[in-house]
Write a protein that binds this ligand. Sequence first.
Ligand code: ATP
Ligand code: PRP
Ligand code: MG
Length: 282
Amino acid sequence: MLRIAVPNKGSLSGPAGEMLHEAGYQQRKASKELVLVDPDNEVEFFYLRPRDIAIYVSSGRLDIGITGRDLLLDSGARAEELLPLGFARSTFHYAAKPGTISSAEDLSGLTVATSYEGLVAKHLADKGIDASVVHLDGAVETAIELGVAQVIADVVETGTSLRNAGLEVVGEPILQSEAVVIRRTGADPDTPKVQQFLRRLQGVLVARSYVMMDYDIRAEHLEEAVALTPGLESPTISPLHDQGWVAVRSMVRTTEAQRIMDDLYELGARAILTTGIHACRL
Ligand SMILES: Nc1ncnc2c1ncn2[C@@H]1O[C@H](COP(=O)(O)OP(=O)(O)OP(=O)(O)O)[C@@H](O)[C@H]1O
Ligand SMILES: O=P(O)(O)OC[C@H]1O[C@H](OP(=O)(O)OP(=O)(O)O)[C@H](O)[C@@H]1O
Ligand SMILES: [Mg+2]
């Protein structure tokens, strides 16, 4: 049985469960379930606090886990990224009252409040900045108003929380984060069960970001059309009963599909269709 750590709460939990479900795994029905065995797929899911996942995985008790890159680095655990998953995207920033600080170098002698003490302490040490760090569990934006710190370091997504607290980001981002699959540093990279798990998730990522496009085009315009829809490997070309026409089938990025359909139409393509991809293995 492959033993997998999954976030049980917070921003990572819902999207991680959805992705695993799309990849064909059973998922828990109630948010209080802590362990779920999926015998058909020979995996066991452990629903753990996102912050603890890297620690469990680094201990070797669990084979792999889903967590945030920022949480992985903050933990300092001996675990490494295998696959970025594209959700819970955020940026980690210093922030302060407007006009007080203009760069990370100005933090010297100040106090930084954060839930990511490990990450911040390392960033300050790497830059040779001598600042104090105070750990808070959450809602750190309020720490400046209440006088606990002059600066915070926190996750920023839309920036709404910072704006509402009358704060602005300071300096360059410390880190770009997203959900990632992790395993213990130095674990065997070729375990077939782990490879199969990663292929399934990669299949979900591709299915989410590509559509299948079909169209008919006169043979003399085929090369120009194929240049617009080169596909991942190479498009499938089939003859049509009507002499001089061919049918083309190719995967295109969902975000580019409408523009490509416009360009194909201009080129003389007709019966241009896109269909969603439910699942795939590349
Ligand atoms: N508003 C957000 N948008 C995108 N990602 C976020 C957001 N808030 C937190 N994250 C990401 O979620 C992970 C944090 O997990 P955590 O469970 O602490 O999330 P949370 O939503 O802050 O939960 P909690 O309710 O415990 O504060 C990190 O990887 C972080 O970058
Ligand atoms: O830029 P935004 O879109 O506003 O998102 C960022 C906010 O979201 C998270 O807070 P959360 O709701 O998890 O509360 P917490 O601070 O208590 O963790 C994070 O800690 C920021 O406060
Ligand atoms: Mg939070």
